[in-house]
Design a protein around this ligand. Structure first.
Ligand code: FMN
Ligand code: MN
Length: 479
């Protein structure tokens, strides 16, 4: 069933998952601080209806607890993160559904061009004290097209307002839009882009998912929805835009690094600022040519910042889903469950449960994770456990690490692998970007070795006695 941001907000409200903040709040620090503290209390999504100096509302914390993912995905409220990821994997390994082109939609209600464009007219929050500016792009995605193959990519990349008509973009090396930008550079062309807020709430979820190259996140959205997403061919870029989006910036990015500009710092999802010296890492930026807005548009934002906010929940859900999809696509047998915990910022550690079928199977799983599209980027550790341990049951994973894991025997270290430059455990040297581009990895195999003839004997309760005790439970005078 189709869903846009307004349907999502309505459903959240019906489930007691959204609160409207009527009190006036300042876009400068106050809004983000209310949102962040609310997120730390595991509070509801917030719709700020009275932002000082603005008349449009701001939505935050849409995905900061698992209940709102279930609403967005059309699943029963209460479904676990791991099960929602399994659902995503099952749909994404079946049939992807490409978007459906339509001629009109509410996104076309207001079209602003030329000197009438002023990004400061939008209630964009200023988040953290040492941020370099106001971040228009947090709960957002960028639409770009591979100039050679026509593949349309959706990617969530942060965007800071540089001036009335410019948004700086942090396209980390190797991200799909970054690779495409270099392709446009080789052709001596500017890259057409759309920067989208709102529309189907799965846009932000899939836009920030590490979906394999040449696969369009728009088609994954369709698969998750069970029907195509309605898009309009945007006039000046030719790119597909969600017909129900709240705000779309259409413009061009100059691929020439000489024209890049200062962006950041920003209080990132690691819990640290990134881009502290903003001149060390100049950024490409969107030259905004046209702005599309729905009547009474809703601005959508997320606080990013220290775990756990919706950024970490999103990464946990979509990276678990894509890692699981990758492992299924690689036809690795025996996978029972996969989990990338939000506490790992939703990206640094993975746990996989496997039913072993041959010697070395658990090791194969660890190797496959690290060779997969999701697992090859920024992951620092993988823990493999047996099939009796659900990947998302941390108490049991810790039991496996304590009783089925012999550190030297069961550990493999990988010296160099692709990192995220935002990882604060990597040194910031003069040649910052180079030193931060590689990280080491650990594989911990916390399984009972398949090849052992004599295996430890696990304790189970006597079934008959257990049943008897449970049947008479009330008589023991315990709770
Ligand atoms: C709130 C949020 C902000 C993000 N900001 C950035 C960013 O600024 N730069 C970046 O490269 N990735 C960022 N990411 C991660 C990307 O969205 C993610 O790696 C995704 O796979 C990128 O799309 P791509 O694989 O099509 O390149 C962010 C994710 C979230 C949830
Ligand atoms: Mn992609």
């Amino acid at each position: 069933m189709k869903m846009d941001l307004r349907d999502f907000i309505k459903k959240c409200e019906e489930h007691g998952q959204l609160k409207r903040v009527k009190k006036e709040v300042d876009w400068n620090l106050e809004l983000s601080h209310v949102a962040k503290i609310n997120e730390e209390k595991k509070g509801p999504a917030l719709l700020f209806e009275n932002v000082k100096g603005y008349k449009n509302p701001v939505l935050t914390s849409a995905y900061s607890t698992k209940e709102r993912f279930a609403i967005a995905l059309g699943l029963p409220v209460g479904t676990s993160m791991c099960e929602m990821s399994r659902h995503w994997m099952e749909l994404a390994t079946k049939e992807l559904i490409p978007p459906n082109y339509v001629d009109s939609g509410p996104v076309l209600e207001n079209v602003i061009e030329g000197n009438n464009i002023n990004l400061f007219d939008i209630p964009v929050p200023f988040m953290y004290p040492k941020d370099g500016g106001r971040f228009f792009g947090t709960a957002v995605y960028l639409v770009t097209k591979d100039p050679d193959t026509g593949w349309v990519n959706l990617g969530t990349y942060r965007g800071m307002i540089l001036d009335e008509k410019s948004v700086g973009l942090q396209l980390i090396k190797g991200k799909h839009a970054e690779i495409m930008l270099r392709q446009y550079g080789e052709r001596g062309e500017k890259m057409p882009v759309l920067y989208v807020i709102g529309g189907d709430p799965l846009g932000f979820l899939t836009g920030s998912s590490p979906t394999m190259g040449q696969v369009s996140e728009l088609d994954v959205m369709g698969a998750l929805r069970g029907e195509p997403i309605d898009v309009i061919k945007e006039e000046i870029t030719g790119l597909p835009m969600d017909a129900t989006a709240e705000i779309v910036l259409a413009g061009f990015v100059d691929p020439n690094p000489e024209n890049f500009r200062k962006e950041g710092p920003f209080g990132e999802y690691t819990g640290y600022y990134s881009g502290k010296k903003s001149d060390e890492w100049p950024k490409p930026w969107i030259d905004v040519k046209r702005v599309y807005m729905r009547n009474d548009y809703i601005f959508w934002s997320t606080t990013v910042g220290k775990p756990i906010t919706d950024t970490h929940m999103i990464q946990s859900l979509n990276r678990t889903a894509t890692l699981w999809t990758d492992l299924m696509t690689m036809k690795i047998p025996g996978i029972q469950s996969v989990f990338i915990p939000p506490e790992s910022t939703g990206r640094f550690w993975a746990i996989v449960s496997v039913k072993q079928m041959y010697p070395g199977h658990a090791q194969q799983v660890a190797d496959a994770v690290m060779a997969s599209y999701t697992g090859h980027y920024g992951l620092k550790g993988i823990i493999v456990v047996d099939d009796d341990i659900p990947a998302d049951d941390w108490d049991k994973v810790m039991w496996a690490l304590s009783t089925r894991y012999n550190p030297i025997e069961d550990t493999q270290l990988i010296k160099k692998a692709r990192s995220t430059p935002l990882d604060p455990s990597l040194p910031i040297w003069e040649d910052y970007m180079d030193r931060r581009s590689l990280v080491s990895r650990i594989q911990m195999i916390a399984t009972i070795p398949f090849e052992w003839k004599r295996k430890p004997m696990e304790i189970f309760l006597d079934e008959e006695m257990k049943k008897k005790v449970l049947d008479n439970w009330d008589e023991y005078g315990l709770d």
